[in-house]
Design a protein around this ligand. Sequence first.
Ligand code: PLP
Length: 429
Amino acid sequence: MQRDLEVFNLIEKERERQESGIELIASENFVSPQVMEAAGTVLTNKYAEGLPGKRYYGGCEVVDTIEDIARERAKELFGAAWVNVQPHSGAQANAAVFLACLKPGDAVLGFDLSHGGHLSHGSPVNISGKYFNANFYGVEKETGLIDMDKVEAKAKEVQPKLIICGASAYSRDWDYKRFREIADSVDALLLADISHPSGLIARGLLADPMPHCHIVTTTTHKTLRGPRGGMILMGEDFENPWGLKTPKGVVRMMSSILDSGVFPGTQGGPLEHIIAAKAIAFGEALSDEYMDYVLQVKKNASVMAEAFVKRGYNLISGGTDNHLMLIDLGSKGITGKDAENGLVKAEITVNKNMVPFDERSPFVTSGIRVGTAAITSRGMKETEMDRVVELIDTVLMNLDNEDKITEVKAEVNNWMKEFPLYTQLASLV
Ligand code: PLP
């Protein structure tokens, strides 16, 4: 068979795009060479429906050991008692939890998508909103923050079976303890979807959901810097949601219900090549180098937020506690769509994003979301953040000036040569 140059040439083109531009999409990151290597191995050939030691296929001895390593490392990283590392993505992890814990039509309470929540937390276009009765809490217009008393009132009103905390575009930390008190007051299960800040949570830089939430889901590819994928975790210290007798029994029972939500509930065979890559990424996330990395991600975001504010940009909630910020461009008279398109021309990648109480559609939006996980993996430090914001500002203030945008693009491309993608990452492993 001939090498498929049609596809490989495009992969090379994408590699060049990633190498030459500034990547600010808050949900993206650059994996290490060994994580990428594991994702492209013979493990992709193996079927392994079931769990380690309990498979529906022969020849699973090696992948059993790999999946066990992934599970043990994930538990160590998050202080969890149980984990399922098989979800193919974050949305799959959430779908598995919904299927395992709810009946069609049950009420759920999640963070409003237009305020920064995620599709898989009850959007009408997602299975979570089509099959379940979705209700939402949001942020306050004046502060951009969640008012927990209003969350409590909403929970009392809608009597959800499941409350979801966690978001795609919320730059502040979460009060998991208060969420748990609210969940207990209405007999709801509490799910934290920590997809975005999971790397910062793993290393203690943000509040820990594990002691408070019955179930935790996360993607593995954002701040955690693993391959694209998801997982579901549970802590040791949760109460007995189904009236079972012993804490150990609860872990076993809930875990088998959740396991079956993944397979056979919503997935077939697990992606063992991706699970191997997850195992490696979790090992990396336990290292001192990764601790330095997440500290830097957080520092970079905070300095970047200040640089935006200094230039008169309106950040929702006024700043950030984590790796991302949501910028309302309304006061600058620019739409999120125009900002994204202009910045892409200069090879600065961000995504347009609804802001709370946005009057524009999700295809236009009034904001952009910016994150520091990827540029920090390339080795950028606080000292570089002001220049990144300066370049963004130059583009946004010159959206009709093609020459100016071309000038910025040349500067971006030149500058990025100082942060070679895979040379930098190789030194991290
Ligand atoms: N949950 C949250 C909070 C997210 O931000 C995302 C993705 O951005 C997901 C779930 C879905 O993850 P995936 O795209 O892997 O399905």
